[in-house]
Design a protein around this ligand. Structure first.
Ligand SMILES: *Cc1c(COP(=O)(O)O)cnc(C)c1O
Ligand code: SF4
Length: 348
């Protein structure tokens, strides 16, 4: 998520803008009524005024954005709530730290055409939009140059041509930002254009929408997602078991009933999930909901996120504890992304 430029500052509303829709309408209404001001979120959660101290520069760089559905899962009055910590601007974000950069995972070098990245054999990733349904403070793409990417379906021509020309591509990932902030009309067209390359077999979505705004999983979405020739996969992103409340369970059940396999990825985050009990409970809950734990990511070293980092040795111990207490399939692969590698690098 990049909110550094004026252009992308309005991205969250741009991509869903439709003046004919009433503000209360479904998931688009939720995007519009999300918290965008720390004052409002603090008042809603009854947080002390001190949470706003020293964070203006951080908010200017990457504005607060928290849907009400997510805020409702936080504990009022708790400034250390693990859900709140993921979204609350912090004074340390504007302090630069040795080893933390604006392009931590080699996205610039992996760009095939604007908006299309390939790092690994057989699969390529489309950065479909800069907009998200939440602004995660630790986001590795918080400095990504989204405003340089394609806008509108026609602008995707070069990326789609590159996909059509490369017979080795069996899977296309829709990522961002968050692809599910785009309208179903655009997503349907994109999926159809990708499917017209006969060598592509799978369409994978990486999204936080089912967790942040569960009403996003509606009939229109399921219609195009299950209506293409491509086998769909959906990867959600949760970091703490409390994110998986009833409303989220409902959205995930709809996807499962529609035959969409679900995977989860988590980022190891200081203060959020840096202990075995939390991550074990997260895996248990994911399995309850039919979601396979896929990756546990070591934090990408993006500038502004250093205070979230958990040393790798500590992470390893946590994963060892998880392995001693869970079935093998419930332990996600603990991985890090190293620019230039041919896959995510497995730590454990
Ligand atoms: C992480 C990533 C993928 C997906 O990797 P898998 O191991 O298949 O989940 C694909 N493309 C890019 C550019 C990535 O960063
Ligand atoms: S939803 Fe994903 S892309 Fe968007 S801010 Fe969060 S981590 Fe970054």
């Amino acid at each position: 998520m990049n909110i550094v430029t004026t252009d992308s500052q309005s991205a969250s509303s741009n991509c869903i803008a439709n003046p004919n829709q009433s503000p209360s309408e479904g998931w688009k209404g939720s995007m519009r009524t999300a918290f965008r001001r720390l004052d409002d979120l603090a008042a809603y959660l009854q947080l002390p005024e001190s949470v706003g101290n020293g964070v203006q520069a951080a908010s200017d760089q990457f504005p607060l954005f928290v849907p009400r559905e997510f805020a409702a899962k936080m504990t009022p009055g708790d400034v250390l709530d693990p859900l709140l910590l993921q979204v609350l601007p912090h004074p340390l974000e504007t302090v630069s730290t040795e080893g933390f950069t604006t392009n931590p995972v080699g996205d610039d070098e992996a760009t095939l055409t604007p908006g299309l990245l390939q790092k690994y054999h057989g699969r390529a990733l489309m950065v479909t939009t800069g907009a998200c349904a939440v602004h995660c403070r630790y986001c590795f793409r918080r400095h990504f140059p989204y405003s340089e990417g394609p806008k509108g379906i026609e602008a995707w021509g070069p990326a789609l041509e590159a996909i059509a020309a490369d017979q080795s591509l069996h899977e296309i990932l829709l990522s961002g930002g968050d692809p599910l902030t785009l309208t179903d009309g655009i997503l349907r067209q994109l999926a159809e254009r990708i499917a017209s390359a006969s060598h592509v077999r799978r369409l994978r979505l990486h999204t936080r929408l089912p967790v942040m705004i569960p009403s996003r999983i509606d009939d229109q979405l399921l219609a195009w997602l299950t209506g293409t020739r491509l086998k769909p996969f959906l990867v959600i992103h949760t970091n703490h078991p409390r994110e998986l409340a009833e409303d989220v369970a409902g959205a995930l059940a709809r996807l499962t009933e529609a035959g969409v396999p679900l995977l989860n990825q988590t980022v190891m985050l200081r203060g959020v999930n840096d202990n075995a009990d939390t991550l074990i409970e997260l895996s248990e809950k994911l399995l309850d909901l039919g979601v396979m734990p896929y990756y546990l990511h070591q934090l990408d070293r993006v500038q502004g996120a250093a205070h979230f980092e958990v040393p790798k040795a500590e992470g390893l111990q946590i994963v060892e504890t998880m392995r001693s207490r869970l079935p093998g399939y419930a332990v996600p692969r603990f991985v890090e992304e190293i620019a230039g590698d041919t896959s995510k690098r497995v730590i454990a």
